[in-house]
Design a protein around this ligand. Structure first.
Ligand SMILES: *Cc1c(COP(=O)(O)O)cnc(C)c1O
Length: 394
């Protein structure tokens, strides 16, 4: 028999990591077209259509820029366009992605204050307010948080964080990473008073990796005018000029933009509120399965549960990566690994993007069978519990 990696596997692979998510056929077909001249007459229409469409997804009347880059690039863009060397940034340790953003900020020469966290809770609005009230010299120029912490399955309460900043009477910008939440969880850039929102293509937007976004509020644009961080590729001003007519300052990810136009159409056909309800329902069904198995959910506060993914804590002495290997080998399903501090201790079930009830049932069945095969102490009945909930709420 050929080695596992080369063996033909019948049927569809289950890509149940919390991003990249499954790319629907409609989007794959939309991408599969000839690349056009990005300076030619047709391109401007495509550019304007996706830039305007993304404003509706971010729920902003302000500007959106699209980079041919992974989400990490858009993290960097948010910081270098609004800040100056040595500025202080307040961040919260919600998990691995918050930690990576903090490290990136540090490498850029920003002074990061990192509010410690236990990786089971979102950013604490009270702790942010307390830190801002203590900042008499107004050294902190930005508060940067991750909306859906993909390493833990915990959602930070962005509107409460905005209110905490306002209550502290502080004028720091609010930056929010929605790389794994945009188009999956309720998000409102303007209404929630966010100054810069960061997003990526490969999670809720159902596209392959390769595009990332900044939504830019008026205060962020004003800060941009005096911000002194060195920037070239990421410069908003260089983007916004040509974007006015739908063009880009350098070669855009043209074929991914075809896919983005299709993704926006699909999200609007379903309706964003229905998309958010679908994710919330799948999150609840998954948590019911996990509880029936007798395992712990990493997210500690029900107000912060994620509809994008569920992180499951392994019983002591059992390795999550060994379980994931068994499930991949037997059932051709990829689950998310524990990252950073929780490596081997948890696994993550992605239930985001182009995903329906039967895909969830297949996913949970694969986990339940895997728990048995890997001899992880657990009970049967998770699939049945999720199925009962999906039936009740059908
Ligand atoms: C995936 C992810 C990132 C990293 O994005 P890349 O596209 O891998 O650079 C950052 N933040 C969050 C919350 C994510 O889910």
């Amino acid at each position: 028999m050929a080695p596992a990696a080369n063996r033909h596997r019948a049927g569809r692979h289950f890509l149940q990591i919390p991003g990249p998510s499954n790319v629907p056929d409609r989007i794959l077909r939309a991408i599969d077209r000839p690349t056009i001249d990005h300076r030619g007459p047709e391109f401007g229409q495509l550019g304007r259509a996706v830039l305007d469409g993304m404003k509706r997804i971010f729920k902003t009347a302000g500007a959106v820029v699209i980079y041919p880059a992974s989400g990490t690039g858009a993290w960097e863009a948010a910081l270098v366009n609004t800040l100056s060397p040595g500025d202080a940034v307040l961040m919260a340790e919600t998990g691995q992605f918050a930690t990576l953003w903090r490290e990136l900020a540090g490498r850029l020469g920003l002074q990061v204050e990192f509010i410690p966290g236990d990786w089971r809770h979102g950013a604490d609005p009270e702790a942010i307010a307390a830190r801002l009230r203590a900042d008499a010299g107004r050294r902190i120029k930005a508060v940067a948080v991750v909306h859906n912490e993909t390493s833990t399955g915990v959602v930070s309460r962005v509107p409460e964080i905005r209110r905490a900043i306002d209550a502290a009477g502080h004028d720091a910008l609010l930056m929010v990473d929605t790389i794994s939440s945009l188009a999956s969880l309720d998000y409102r850039h303007d209404e929630w008073g966010v100054d810069v929102t960061v997003a990526g293509s490969q999670k809720g937007l159902m596209l392959p990796p390769g595009l990332s976004f900044n939504a830019i509020g008026a205060r962020a644009l004003a800060a941009h005018k005096t911000a002194k961080m060195p920037r070239s590729y990421w410069d908003w001003a260089a983007m916004l000029g040509p974007n006015a007519t739908g063009y880009f300052p350098y070669t855009p990810g043209t074929n991914l933009l075809y896919g983005l136009a299709e993704a926006i159409a699909m999200l609007e056909e379903e309706g964003l509120d229905a998309v958010f309800r679908r994710h919330a329902r799948h999150g609840e069904a998954t948590r019911r399965a996990v509880r029936a198995w007798g395992l712990d959910i990493l997210a500690a506060d029900p107000a912060e549960y994620s509809g994008v993914l569920t992180a499951v804590v392994m019983p002591d002495g059992h390795d999550a990566d060994a379980l994931r290997a068994v499930i991949l080998d037997h059932f051709d399903m990829s689950l998310g690994a524990g990252l950073g501090k929780v490596k081997g201790r948890i696994f993550r079930i992605g239930h985001l993007g182009d995903f329906n009830d039967l895909m969830l049932m297949g996913t949970l069945a694969g986990v339940e069978m895997g728990l048995t095969l890997a001899k992880v102490p657990s009970r049967a009945g998770g699939v049945a519990a999720a199925m009962a909930y999906l039936t009740e709420t059908a």
